[in-house]
Design a protein around this ligand. Structure first.
Ligand code: HAM
Length: 422
């Protein structure tokens, strides 16, 4: 019997996992510098949470959730709803009126799998609860842009405002009138959507629909005074921080909770899956979920898409993990190598060795394959003389190491070589 992973569920193997670690380490480091704290959340939540937060009529809630229907629980399709649920449940906003939180982990959506689109995918999700300041919007986008730049990725930022309950209904009615004239030319999805959520027609990817909406009215021109002032202040903030962006009046987002600012980090290098990250403001959502009347904003980056981009855009290979290979030749030397390897590992050195009694030649080959910076060669004569040979694999230089204090000497040499490379 040959059981394989489910379609859209992917193993992340050694070789690729180093890129994941690089992405996550860079993110954790940056989030800490921006004063965010980590929160860890369950994968399973009441279905109702997502239906209420994301919206009954959205693709996610209508078609894509992994739900246990009888138990009325769902594997989270995104993190924002869960994070808000946790913040409300634990009274976090009572303890501190502005919360800056991030979480990293798997999300689940039953979409058609393709490059950059999985059914289990991973997000790094950042949320600021309790601040209405447009500077926070700009700060979050600047943080996302910094992270992408620090990974060597070239990605563009697109910005829009979806207004608020004061100005969106009038715009919706205007858009509906505009779409009614073009109804027959729209795709089936959009024909249906124009009745329920006409704004979604604006970001339909179907070329026929795109052609129809090029001269559709823009919400950016229909914002109420407060929303317009906010939107301008967000742009001023981005300009001050020198974060490049472009306005995209067609960006609507597939989740219903957004108000005002929405944004996406977009790449042309991943085919149809152009968004590596996205987010926006949700000023009514905390209250709608039973929490205090508090605004909020956040975004999430898709790790799979970042890793794909790293593989495509950033040519440089990840550095090897192994600093030393200890090659023991013969029974006694191998036994000694076993002990020395352990001593060095507990001393903080990354060491590999052989347990299969391989020849020196094949151990040297293995060390090369692992990218070891040094190899320690230990045979019967070395054991007898109390001295082993340490070879620098980059320069091919060899030096004798006295065995009784081998661990300390080797560690010092490896550290000195590593710091001279910096
Ligand atoms: P989203 O646009 O649905 O927003 O997802 C954010 C990011 O997750 C996307 O830009 C993409 O990189 C990644 N992503 C989404 N679906 C998939 C998939 N099937 N396969 C691979 N990657 C995927 C949200 O989820 C919001 N909760 C973001 C947010 C946070 N808004 C406010 N706070």
């Amino acid at each position: 019997m040959n059981i394989k992973a489910l379609n859209g569920f992917k193993d992340i193997l050694p070789g690729e996992v180093e890129l994941w670690q690089r992405v996550e380490t860079a993110a954790r480091d940056l989030f800490a510098r921006f004063n965010f704290s980590e929160i860890r959340l369950p994968i399973l939540e009441h279905t109702d949470l997502f239906a209420r937060a994301i919206g009954e009529g959205t693709d996610i809630v209508e078609k894509e959730m992994y739900s246990f229907v009888e138990k009325q629980v769902t594997m989270r399709p995104e993190a924002t709803a869960s994070l808000l649920r946790a913040a409300i449940e634990h009274g976090l906003l009572v303890q501190k009126p502005v919360q800056r939180l991030f979480t990293i982990g798997p999300m689940f959506r039953h979409e058609r799998p393709q490059k950059g689109r999985l059914r289990q995918f991973h997000q790094m999700d950042v949320e600021v609860l309790g601040s209405a300041s447009p500077l926070v919007d700009a700060e979050l986008m600047a943080m996302g842009a910094s992270l992408l730049a620090s990974l060597g990725l070239s990605v563009s930022l697109e910005l829009n405002s979806l207004g608020c309950p004061a100005c969106r209904p009038a715009f919706r009615a205007r858009l509906l009138a505009f779409l009614t004239d073009r109804h027959e030319a729209l795709c089936d999805d959009c024909k249906r959507r124009s009745g329920t959520n006409p704004l979604r027609v604006l970001d339909c990817k179907n070329p026929g629909c795109r052609a129809q909406v090029t001269d559709a009215p823009s919400l950016q021109d229909a914002l109420c005074d407060e929303c317009a002032v906010h939107f301008q202040a967000v742009q001023d903030g981005l300009n001050q921080l020198a974060v490049p962006y472009s306005l995209n009046k067609f960006m609507v987002r597939g989740l219903d909770y957004y108000t005002r600012t929405t944004f996406e980090f977009i790449t042309g290098d991943l085919g149809a899956q152009a968004a590596v990250g996205a987010g926006g403001r949700y000023d009514g959502l905390i209250e709608q979920l039973g929490g205090p009347k508090a605004p909020g904003i956040g975004f999430a980056l898709g790790i799979e898409r970042l890793v794909l981009l790293l593989q495509q855009q950033a040519a440089e290979a990840p550095p090897s993990g192994i600093e030393l290979f200890v090659a023991g030749i013969g029974e006694q030397p191998s036994r000694h190598a076993f002990g020395l390897t352990h001593a060095l590992r507990t001393d903080g050195v990354r060491v590999a060795t052989d347990h299969e009694g391989r020849s020196l030649k094949s151990q040297m080959k293995l060390a090369g394959k692992l990218g070891a910076a040094f190899v320690l060669i230990l045979g019967d004569s070395e054991l007898a003389s109390g001295k082993a040979l340490l070879r620098n694999m980059a320069t091919q230089e060899q030096q004798e190491i006295s065995l009784p204090d081998a661990a300390a000497t080797i560690r010092a040499i490896i550290r000195a070589t590593a710091s001279s490379r910096l």
